[in-house]
Design a protein around this ligand. Structure first.
Ligand code: AHQ
Length: 236
């Protein structure tokens, strides 16, 4: 029997501190990313990472559409919907607009064909199931918990900057234009995580709500870690 009224949760600052503490579980610390940023990956390992991460990239609009479909608040939807066009592009911006197209250009810059990225022939089982788990989480959990799971992006800007520097220094065989996706994330990720944090702080007032938001971010850290495990496993 749950309490009829939840106890008031911790002040917003403590909730933010609990969320930000998950930086230690972020996939920037995964051995594959550490090797990537140290410049020791082979071209085949880079291509495998790009092909597998595409499954995550093409799932993001489905995940965000799931959140939109569950969210009753117009003000939140007005800002959240931008995430979909960031990835899908728009008819006005043309058929090659959006992050999914930019990721395909990254793949071509690494020597992959669009066809072999799009048909998932390189997709590892562990990557597939981690991505599917993230979309299912967004479809089935309360929408604020799904918003909280996106807060791994609080930790993304540092990784994007480190990754761009590593690619420009060590992986010069990749045509530089292919890196535009990561340059775009340098401003999109902070903008998106700022909104997501506002939503979570505003809507998670009780202990139970705050604990659920922290658990959602912990789950997403595991999703990203499992994706990297799946990619790393293909090379050991
Ligand atoms: O390219 C990434 C992206 O578009 C998103 C959306 C966001 C979400 O809603 O979960 N998370 C995310 C991430 C992207 N790139 C990852 C990377 O390492 O390149 C980082 C990842 C994230 O931090 O969740």
């Amino acid at each position: 029997m749950t309490a009829l009224t939840d106890r008031a949760g911790a002040p917003a600052g403590e909730l933010v501190d609990r969320l930000r503490a998950h930086a230690r579980d972020y996939h920037s610390e995964h051995p594959f990313h550490l090797r990537m940023n140290a410049g020791t990956l082979t071209p085949d390992q880079i291509r495998s990472w790009v092909a597998n991460r595409f499954a995550y990239q093409e799932a993001i609009p489905l995940k965000d559409a799931a959140i939109l479909s569950n969210c009753p608040e117009v003000e939140v939807r007005r800002r959240w919907i931008r995430r979909i066009t960031d990835h899908d592009g728009t008819p006005e911006d043309g058929e090659h607009s959006g992050g999914i197209e930019a990721w395909l250009r990254l793949g071509e810059a690494c020597g992959l064909t669009r066809a072999e990225i799009l048909d998932h022939r390189h997709l590892q089982p562990g990557v597939r199931f981690a991505v599917d788990a993230y979309v299912t989480f967004a479809r089935t959990k309360p929408w604020v918990e799904a918003v909280a799971s996106s807060l791994t992006e609080l930790f993304a800007p540092g990784l994007m900057a480190e990754r761009l520097a590593a690619f420009e220094k060590y992986y010069t065989w990749i045509e530089p234009g292919g890196l535009q996706y990561f340059r775009n994330r340098l401003f999109q990720a902070p903008r998106d995580s700022e909104h997501a944090l506002e939503v979570v702080v505003e809507h998670c007032r009780t202990d139970r709500e705050q604990d659920a938001a922290v658990a959602a971010l912990s789950f997403k850290c595991d999703v990203l870690w499992a994706i990297m495990d799946g990619i790393d496993h293909a090379h050991t």
